[in-house]
Design a protein around this ligand. Structure first.
Ligand code: NAD
Ligand code: UDP
Length: 343
C-alpha cells in the first residue's frame, strides 16, 4: 500500500518514513526542503534498504502538487507533516506562518479530493490546548486560545479537516495526533533533528551546548511550582512517535476507526523537569552541560503532560523508550551530524 508523506524529509517525517517502510508500506514524499535536506533519503535507504519516491515541491504550489498527486493517485492515505513549526518565529511572522501552514493544507485537501485519496493523518500538537487547566491533559480537555499563530494554525486546521470530512468530497476519514515534546533520534544516528540557526527547543540546545557550539544553556525559570522549580514537560521519543503514525494508519486502512475523525494524544504520560533532562543527558553521555538559571520564557506553562490512555486503548500504542534512551540517541545523532553532515 502506498502512503504519501508531506514533510517526509523533516525530523518526525523521516523517522515515520523509516517505520512505514519497515512495516511494508510504499512511500512517496513531497517536501519543499525548506527545513530538511534531500540527503536524508540516502540515509533512510541505508537504514531500510528501501528508497522512498520523492519530489521537492512546495505544497502551496497547487499545480506542481497536483501533478505529484496524479502520479501517486494509487496512494491509500496521506500523512501530513509539512508545516513551519517554530512557535516564537510564528509570532513575528504570522502572515507567512498562516499562509504556509493553511495554504499548503488547502492545496493538499484539494489534491486529495481531485485524485480520490480517502484518509489522512494530521500532525497536531499539544499547543492546541492553549492553557492547561487540568493535568494530565486529555483529548477532551478544554481548549483555550493558543499563544501563537503556529498553535492557532493547528487549531484552524483541525476545524477545516473536520468540516472537510463531514462535507461531500473524497476525503472520508482522518486522525489527528497531538504530539507532546518529541525528542531523540533513530538508533542508527543517521537521522535526527537538525534545527536551522539557534535552537528554540530544549534538547537541540542541550546537545549543541554539550558539543561546544553554544556557551551555555539558559534554563528558563527555576521558580515554578514544580518539584525542583523548573518547568515539566512530557518528552516522547521520536521513534515511538513514528510508531504511533503506523498504528494510526493501520487503524484507518483496516477500517477500525470508530468515527470519521478521531484524535489521540501522543505522549509518554510522564513529566520531566528541565533539570531532570539535563541530569539524564549528563549521566547517560558522560558529558557536562553548562547551564545557568535564567528568567522564565514568556508564554511557558509550568507543567504539562499527556493522558495517552486513549491511544493505548484504541491504537494499541504506548511509549516504549524512556528518557535515558531519548537523551542518549539525541547525543549520538548530534555527534554524527557534526562529523559527517554539517556543511
Ligand atoms: P520539520 O521542520 O523537521 O519537518 C517539516 C517538513 O515540512 C520540513 O522538511 C519542511 O521542509 C517541510 N515543509 C514545510 N512547509 C512546506 C511546504 N509548504 N511544502 C512542502 N514541504 C514543506 O518539523 P517536524 O518537527 O518534523 O514536525 C513535523 C510536523 O509535526 C509539523 O506539522 C509540526 O508542526 C508538528 N509538530 C512538531 C512538534 C515538534 O516538537 N517537532 C511538536 C508538535 C507537532
Ligand atoms: N527550555 C529551557 N531552555 C531552552 C529551551 C527550552 O529551559 O533553551 C525549557 C522550556 O522553558 C520548557 C522546556 O524546556 O519548559 C521545553 O521547551 P521546548 O521549547 O523544547 O518545548 P515546549 O514545551 O516549549 O514546546
Amino acid at each position: 500500500m502506498k502512503i504519501i508523506v508531506t514533510g517526509g524529509t523533516g525530523y518526525i517525517g523521516s523517522h515515520t518514513v523509516v517505520e512505514l517502510l519497515k512495516a511494508g508500506f510504499e512511500v512517496a514524499i513531497i517536501d519543499n526542503l525548506y527545513n530538511s535536506e534531500e540527503s536524508v533519503l540516502d540515509r533512510i535507504e541505508t537504514i531500510t534498504s528501501k528508497r522512498p519516491a520523492f519530489e521537492a515541491i512546495d505544497l502551496c504550489d497547487n499545480e506542481a502538487s497536483l501533478s505529484f498527486f496524479r502520479k501517486h493517485q494509487d496512494a491509500v492515505a496521506v500523512i501530513h507533516f509539512a508545516a513551519l513549526k517554530a512557535v516564537g518565529e510564528s509570532v513575528k511572522k504570522a502572515i507567512w506562518y498562516y499562509e504556509n501552514n493553511l495554504g499548503s493544507t488547502f492545496n493538499l485537501f484539494k489534491c486529495m479530493n481531485d485524485v480520490g485519496i480517502p484518509s489522512i493523518i494530521f500532525s497536531s500538537s499539544a499547543t492546541i490546548y492553549g492553557k492547561y487547566p487540568e493535568l494530565p491533559v486529555k483529548e477532551n480537555s478544554p481548549k483555550f486560545p493558543t499563544s501563537s499563530p503556529y498553535g492557532s494554525s493547528k487549531q484552524m486546521i483541525k476545524t477545516i479537516l473536520k468540516d472537510t470530512i463531514i462535507g461531500e468530497n473524497e476525503i472520508k476519514n482522518g486522525i489527528s495526533l497531538r504530539y507532546f515534546n518529541p525528542i531523540g533520534a533513530h538508533e542508527s544516528a543517521l537521522i535526527g533533528e537538525a534545527p536551522k540557526g539557534i535552537p528554540n527547543n530544549l534538547l537541540p540546545y542541550i546537545t549543541q551546548t554539550a558539543i561546544g557550539l553554544r556557551d551555555s544553556l539558559s534554563v528558563f525559570g527555576a521558580d515554578y511550582d514544580t518539584p525542583d522549580g523548573t518547568a515539566v514537560r512530557d518528552y516522547i521519543h521520536v521513534v515511538d512517535l513514528a510508531h504511533a503514525h503506523v498504528k494510526a494508519l493501520q487503524r484507518l486502512v483496516n477500517e477500525e476507526n470508530e468515527t470519521d475523525y478521531e484524535v489521540f494524544n501522543i505522549g509518554a504520560g510522564k513529566g520531566y523537569s528541565v533539570l531532570q533532562v539535563i541530569e539524564a543527558f549528563e549521566r547517560m553521555n558522560d558529558v557536562k552541560v553548562n547551564y545557568k538559571i535564567s528568567p522564565r520564557r514568556p508564554g511557558d506553562e509550568p507543567m504539562f503532560y499527556a493522558d495517552s490512555t486513549l491511544a493505548q486503548e484504541k491504537l494499541n500504542w504506548q511509549a516504549e523508550l524512556n528518557i535515558d534512551e531519548m537523551v542518549a540517541s539525541a547525543w549520538k545523532w548530534e555527534a554524527y551530524y557534526r562529523e559527517h553532515l554539517q556543511k
